[in-house]
Each structure stands twice: as C-alpha cells, then as structure tokens.
Design a protein. Sequence first.
Length: 412
Amino acid sequence: MVLRLNRRTFMAGTAAAATGAAFPMPSIAQNAPMKVGVLTVKTGPLAAGGIHCEEGITTFLKEHDYNVGGRKIELVVADTGGNPAGAKTKAVELVERDKVNLILGPFAAFEHLAIVDYLAQNKMPTMGFAGAEDVTQRKANPYVVRSSNSAAQCLYPLADYAFKDMKVKRAVTIADDFAYGYEQVGGFQRVFEDLGGKVVKKLWAPLNTPDYTPYLAQIEDCDVVCQGLTGANPLKFTKQYGELGLKLPMLGGATVADDTIMKGFDDAAIGMINSIPYSVDLPTPENKAFLEAMQKFYPGVPVGNYAAVYYVNGMILDAALKKIGGKSDDPDALIKAIKSVALDKTPRGPVSFDDYGNIIFDDYIRRIEKKDGKLVNVTIKTYPKVTQFWTYDPKWFLAQPVYSRDYPPMKS
C-alpha cells in the first residue's frame, strides 16, 4: 500500500510538530510527586528523637497539603534501627528502589559516617541531621548539607558561658562512648581550655548504660560537670546524680535537656544549664505558629529541637524549590539551591549555610527551673550566628584532627 499525503495534511502535521517543539509538554517526572526519603530511628534507644523528627517534617507537609515550592511531595520514611548496617540498607533502598530525589537524615552520627560516601557516589542530595563533624568538614562533599548542628556546635557557646558567666575553672565531662559523645566533649574542651579552664577528667559510658554509679563515683576535683549524653541517658544520669547527693552545677549539650524529655526529670535537674539550637520558649510569631501546628496534628505530644529542625527543613526545601522552579530531577541544581537558602524568620530563628554545607544558627543557653510544679527550660542567653568552627579560622580548624576519644589530649 502506498501512503498518500495531500499538501493540507502535510502542512497540518508539520505545524503540529513545530508547535510541540516550541512548546514542549511537561515531562512525566516533573508532574510526578517529588520523593523525599526520611532516614530516621523508630526502634531502639534513640527512637524517641527519631520519631519526633518525622513528626516535624510531617507537620510542615500537612500544613501545606503536601505541596512545597510548587511540587507535590511524597514522603518515604525508613527506620534504620539506630545502627550503621540498618542505615546502609535503608539508604540503598531509598536510592535504588524508591528513587527518592532527596534524603533527610540519618539520625545518628555513626549512621551518617557509614553511608556518607555511598550517598555522595550516587549524587543524592542529603539534608543530614546527625552531628558527625567530618560530614561537613574534612569529608565534606557537594551533595550534603547539615541542617541540625554539628556535634560540637552547641558545646562551644556552652563552654564560653561556663567560663565567662558561671566563672567555673575545672570540669569533669561524661558522654556516651561513641563518635557523637567524643565530638561534643572535644568541642567543649577546646573552647573551655583555650579560655583558661581545665578539663580534669573525661568519662565515657556505653550507650545502654543502666547504672551510672561507677561513673558518678569518679567525679571529683572539679567545680562543674558537663554531660554529653543522649536518648534517655540524661534522665538516668541526672536522677542518680541527685540520689548520690552531688551538688556541683551541671551543664549539658543539645540532647541533654531537650524540651521533649523534661517530664522525665526530677528536681535534681533544677539549675542545669544546657545549650541547644531551638527552644520552645522563643517568643516569636514563627515559633508560636509552629507550636500550634504541632499541637494540631500531634495533640499532647511534647515539642522540642528534633521536630523543629525537620519542620525548618520543610521551610528550607520550599525556598530552594522556588529558586529552581520546582525542578527536583537535577541533583546538582537542587543541592546548590538548598545551600543558598538563608531564612531570617523560622521557629529556630535565622538560619543559613556556611561554605561547607553546615547550618549557621542562633544558639540558646537555658536554665532548668521549676514553675507551677513543672520543670521547664528558660532561655537566659542567646549566641547569634554560631558556626561549626566557632571563632576559629576554618583552614586552621580543618588542619587539626577530628575530635575523638583522645583528642584534644588531656593536659593533666
């Protein structure tokens, strides 16, 4: 059969083709929802914080009917179990099976260290939560930002406050015996000793320590105790601290007195000074709106830093997608847009990113007080625009070893 085209049919077909070339139809990928993976912990000793992270991003998405920056969002949540092997398995599933465009997380430092190279090799834009210092320092890569805080970032202003405002000179530290604990203590020790103080003893306890009595018995020859514990461990340590009649003032990092665990403390916690990137008592319209939204979708659930970080992640993603017209299929453009976001008004206060992809934020020094029969955190000082390098030159800082169990070394 011979196909015959008359001139009118040929011209109509040509015009249609030309129109299609000049005005291409939107791609299926861009019409499809943007997939956002959440690597978090929902089982094990770190589960409470991991679940709060999920509640924070879910609250933001529900507020916006799962439309962010002009894109419909599909959330894919994966439970890592709070261990490196689980984190690796779930990261592979999110990248290779679920085909996500962005990952939020993982939760723990040892998890992120286990998967950071894999995510970079697969050009997966990642808004990390875990505090592992080198993720945005010596091993920084173009596809990772950290939107929470580095492990030591809140301990720098805490050490500054302890030495200058509390006038203490000798400290004993205790932290969980893994990377996050080492890096918290390292940051505190560096600033405290550079100012003229001295860390006289560093105690390390396993993550699942049931009884802190053997460690409490070693606290001596100091005028302050700084803890870098996480999960439920601050509650156990502080209760036993009081039961043994210890009266030395206590300090704590970002995970020690989060607002979500305040109901678990007893009066032994009164007076504890803690340092954190978000405080529930911030008197701003943005924080008020955040707290109202959280209570709307999760009534009765205590709110703290974990949820605030992930809620602000939603704000950062919204701003980034607006910069690139909602396109999420180009990982280089997406992560570049995220890094360029600077927000003046969030529930946490102003946030932006440094040249290495780590967040810059206002840090809040708080004191635990008892009001109307309940223990609450009261903000007593704000350190603006705290970076992961504190006041140190980044080039000098990165030439030093990463904080570890033995670095900085003890001077005594």
